[in-house]
Design a binder for this molecule. Structure first.
Ligand SMILES: CC(C)(COP(=O)(O)OP(=O)(O)OC[C@H]1O[C@@H](n2cnc3c(N)ncnc32)[C@H](O)[C@@H]1OP(=O)(O)O)[C@@H](O)C(=O)NCCC(=O)NCCS
Length: 189
């Protein structure tokens, strides 16, 4: 079963396991350069949860994809950064698109007005996906910056997020294992 839901701070281990299961090339595409397993662990530990929302795609209880929405350090910042990853075996099935849709809804309801996503120029797949949500693209220090304007929140957008949270809670309760799942070890790099 596929469950799309927000991650909680105590689930940083699931996030790092997911990033460690990504192959080297996909990790390079995500971070813009090669990243060691130690850097991944440090990255997951350093997440500023009050300013960060992470939407996860859990397939049969294992986190296989995430969209991260990171707000600025200054309170009142109206711009946020997006990033997205999906493990290779789960790609091309619409997961990144669904994760980004949910992250955009969260951004809208938190009052962000402008979102950006950085990717490498050769990442044409990401550019294709981002064009579904926005069409402003520029080059910045060797990266491609994709800009997405976020509309004002309204009653419907708040309802849509609350409804999504409730559905995810219900799905999680339905699939809650009698015994905790054994954690899948990340692939050796
Ligand atoms: C980019 C990434 C998140 C996409 O995940 P995904 O779940 O496969 O994406 P989706 O299935 O939602 O969408 C794939 C789309 O790209 C299209 N696509 C696939 N390969 C493509 C290519 N080589 N060039 C252009 N478009 C391509 C698919 O046709 C599909 O488009 P459609 O929805 O219009 O049919 C995933 O490949 C990944 O994790 N890459 C490594 C990390 C990364 O690059 N992150 C982006 C920078 S933050």
């Amino acid at each position: 079963m596929l469950v799309i839901r927000k991650l909680l701070a105590h689930e940083r281990g699931e996030l790092s396991d997911h990033l460690l299961r990504m192959d080297e090339e996909d990790r390079r595409l995500r971070f813009g350069h090669a990243v060691s397993p130690e850097r991944i662990l440090a990255y997951a530990t350093a997440i500023r949860w009050p300013q960060t929302w992470i939407v996860g795609a859990f397939v049969d209880g294992v986190l296989r994809g995430v969209a991260e929405l990171r707000g600025g350090k200054r309170p009142g910042d109206r711009t946020a950064e997006l990033s997205v990853t999906v493990e290779r075996a789960y790609q091309d099935d619409g997961l990144a698109t669904r994760l980004l849709e949910t992250a955009l809804l969260i951004a809208r309801n938190r009052g962000f007005e402008s979102l950006f996503l950085l990717c490498l120029p050769e990442n044409v797949k990401m550019q294709h996906i981002a064009r579904k949500f926005g069409d402003r693209m520029s080059f910045q220090d060797g990266d491609v910056e994709l800009r997405i304007r976020s509309p004002q929140p309204d009653a419907l957008s708040f309802f849509a997020e609350a409804f999504g949270d409730a559905v995810a809670l219900w799905q999680t309760a339905l699939t809650w294992p009698a015994a905790p799942p054994t954690r899948e070890l990340p692939q050796a790099t």
